[in-house]
Design a protein around this ligand. Structure first.
Ligand SMILES: Cc1ncc(COP(=O)(O)O)c(C=O)c1O
Length: 423
């Protein structure tokens, strides 16, 4: 039998990098099933998308029912029930009076959020963070700084973007006391406003509340609160890119709840519809109301089937997913810490909820990157699917669905332990 991988090489662009050569035929819960009959424990969740596991029955049922009624209406043309009902739901779960704009992907939502911020503030500049990832369109890529290869040969991007240091306390060049942000991370903004950009020319500060690609970095709460104050002081919009952190991933509906800081604009995608392509910009009502008709748009945004799937997804998250993510997340991180005590080449274990990662350090025999590659390859041989992250490509991340069970976590830990012990 010619594998999907072999067929794909002939007809698909090589540009989209893939972390495996697996061909899958089905997915159910925490597992994917391959074309050659393997059952693989999936702790990658399609890169933090299947937050309720593969093909959750409630989501599939809602999508099928919607398909029978309306597949596409066009949100520039008509209104339809799942679209309005989902917006109502998103507003209801937002802390502040909010309005919603739907699009299709994370990058598209981020581009829209940048346009919204520029349009309403009438200011040109954006501040983003080093090691951030916001997507692959020109706009989103212009505020991304996690890997030079994403930008290679595309230079000359959106102008007036400034990058600040994101406080990664595990790798901080400054001494850290009581888990608090070292002062230079605060002072950098004064310096930036003195030497580079007038604060009143800044439309938005964009941040991932927990950096994803950049290494599952949870910033100290005082840093996030400081950004809120800074934005309030200068009339800058605070944008949270919650594309990876949203919809239960951190054990909360949104990571903003963990920090107890509300952004002015929030972008969401990935987990929102448990696998159907959908994204949204959620902005404070008074901001969204200033975005005039025609200033933004798109054909496929808010697809009826994706919206119906999202409504079902949010219901299940509220009923069980979020509580389970908190419970299993704290169990999982404890188990990872036990492995850290056992293996000296584990540099750090970090994360929040079910957004967890392990960072390696060099040994006499192996570099941390070699350790990572071996861990990912050998875990997959033992039917556990994991992804890497981090600017140095020396971290493995664990992003199981919020529906994961203790038995599945135990199985993953056992496989990981076997692989680590062989190094
Ligand atoms: C934090 C964050 N923002 C934006 C994106 C881009 O989303 P998409 O790939 O749907 O465009 C991603 C995807 O990994 C992400 O993790």
């Amino acid at each position: 039998m010619v594998s999907l991988y072999e067929r794909a090489q002939k007809v698909l662009s090589p540009v989209s990098s893939r972390s495996t050569t697996l061909g899958v035929s089905e997915g159910k819960g925490s597992y994917v099933f391959t074309e050659d009959g393997r059952k693989i424990l999936d702790f990658a969740s399609g890169v933090a998308v299947n937050n309720l596991g593969h093909n959750h029955p409630r989501v599939v049922e809602a999508a099928k029912a919607q398909i029978d009624r309306l597949v596409h209406g066009g949100h520039n043309v008509v209104y339809y029930e799942s679209y309005v009902a989902l917006a109502e739901k998103l507003v209801a779960i937002s802390k502040l009076p909010t309005k919603v704009y739907f699009s299709n992907s994370g990058a598209e939502a981020n581009d829209g959020a940048l346009k919204l911020a520029k349009y309403v503030t009438k200011r040109p500049a954006i501040i983003s963070f080093k090691n951030s990832f916001h997507g692959r369109t020109i706009g989103a890529m212009s505020i991304t700084a996690s890997n030079a290869s994403y930008r290679k040969l595309y230079e000359g991007m959106m102008p007036s973007v400034y990058f600040a240091e994101f406080p990664n306390l595990a790798n901080s060049p400054y001494p850290v006391t009581d888990g608090k942000t070292p002062q230079p991370y605060f002072d950098q903004f004064d310096e930036m406003f003195r030497s580079l950009i007038d604060p009143y020319s800044v439309a938005a500060i964009v941040m991932e509340p927990v950096q994803g690609e950049g290494g599952y970095v949870v910033p100290p709460k005082d840093f996030v609160r400081y950004l809120r104050e800074l934005c309030d002081k200068y009339g800058i919009f605070l944008i949270f890119d919650e594309i990876q952190t949203g919809f239960g991933r951190t054990g909360h509906m949104f990571a903003s709840e963990y920090f107890d800081v509300e952004p002015d604009i929030r972008t969401v995608a990935k987990g929102i519809a448990n696998g159907f392509p959908l994204s949204a910009i959620l902005a404070k009502e008074e901001i969204m109301d200033q975005w005039e008709p025609g200033a933004h748009g798109g054909t496929f945004g808010g697809n009826p089937v994706a919206c119906a799937a999202a409504l079902a997804t949010i219901e299940v998250l509220e009923e069980e997913g979020i509580a389970n993510a908190q419970k299993q997340g704290s169990y999982f991180i404890d188990q990872l810490h036990k492995l850290q005590e056992k293996y000296s080449f584990i540099r750090d274990v970090r994360g929040v909820g079910l957004m967890l990662a392990m960072e390696f350090k060099d040994t006499e025999k192996l570099t941390s990157q070699e350790i990572l590659q071996t861990v990912i390859a050998q875990c997959l041989e033992k039917d556990l699917l994991l992804l890497s992250c981090g600017p140095k490509k020396n971290m493995v991340r664990f992003i199981p669905p919020t529906t994961v069970s203790i038995e599945e976590i135990d199985r993953a830990i056992k496989i990981l332990d076997e692989v680590l012990s062989s190094l």
